[in-house]
Design a protein around this ligand. Structure first.
Ligand SMILES: Nc1ncnc2c1ncn2[C@@H]1O[C@H](COP(=O)(O)OP(=O)(O)O)[C@@H](O)[C@H]1O
Ligand SMILES: Nc1ccn([C@@H]2O[C@H](COP(=O)(O)O)[C@@H](O)[C@H]2O)c(=O)n1
Length: 202
């Protein structure tokens, strides 16, 4: 199994890049795991309390479970990937049965900050977009897809997102094997990654 880790700040385009990569690949050969699915369960908190969580700090992620799941996939086992709701700020009761594939892509803002995960990745990719570009994308996306308003996004950006990006995410770029510039759609980079994957699938 080839495991590819794709990191980068919020709004840099990780999910979009992953979708572009897997778009033309055989469905049964490539699987995707999102770090967002591994936000820790917060059912013991009220909704109000959950809105105040710093979701950009590594302590909010259940890295142990994510690591365990990757080991199980490597061992050819099927895992139950949790499903996360950005509207409820919590895991749902659902899970997605995720099958082991020849290539597994793991994407998330903090995945390159974790030493154990880094060791599992055969290829480490960091997607870069400038912070103003990322903020604009995040405002648009969170309003249309994640039930937020401009005030929520901007407040979160100033209080937690920007400082956590500077403290944890940007420094993790040094662990990347490949950095994809993504201020604009970067089809050349997508094709290169797809070629690497295709070589593994032959
Ligand atoms: N290269 C790009 N140029 C313009 N918009 C983009 C680009 N990549 C992604 N987007 C848009 O930006 C938003 C955030 O992208 P997404 O892939 O969800 O980022 P991430 O997963 O890194 O948070 C989405 O609405 C997406 O359509
Ligand atoms: N309840 C939550 C949980 C996370 N976030 C934000 O999501 C960002 C990570 O996801 P991307 O798809 O953008 O990489 C992260 O910056 C968290 O602030 C949230 O807003 N609410």
């Amino acid at each position: 199994m080839l495991i590819i880790g794709i990191a980068g700040g919020t709004g840099c385009g990780k999910t979009t890049v992953v979708n572009q990569i897997i778009n033309e690949l055989p469905e049964n050969e490539v699987g995707v795991i999102s770090q967002d699915s591994y936000y820790k369960d917060t059912s013991h908190l009220s909704f109000e309390e959950r809105t105040k969580i710093n979701f950009d700090h590594p302590r909010t992620i259940d890295f142990d479970l994510l690591y365990e799941h990757l080991l199980q996939l490597k061992d050819n086992q099927i895992i139950e990937q949790p499903v996360y709701s950005f509207v409820k700020h919590n895991r749902t009761k659902d899970t997605i049965l995720t099958h082991p594939r020849k290539v597994m892509i793991v994407e998330g803002i903090l995945i390159l900050t974790n030493p154990k995960l880094r060791e599992l990745f055969d290829i480490k990719i960091f997607v870069h977009a400038d912070s103003d570009e990322r903020l604009i994308r995040r405002i648009k996306r969170d309003i249309t897809e994640r039930g937020r308003d401009v005030n929520e996004v901007l407040t979160r950006y100033q209080t937690t997102l920007k400082p956590m990006h500077q403290q944890f995410i940007e420094p993790s770029k040094e662990f990347a094997d490949i950095i994809i510039p993504n201020n604009k759609y970067n089809t050349v980079a997508i094709n290169i990654v797809r070629t690497i994957i295709n070589e593994r699938l032959i």
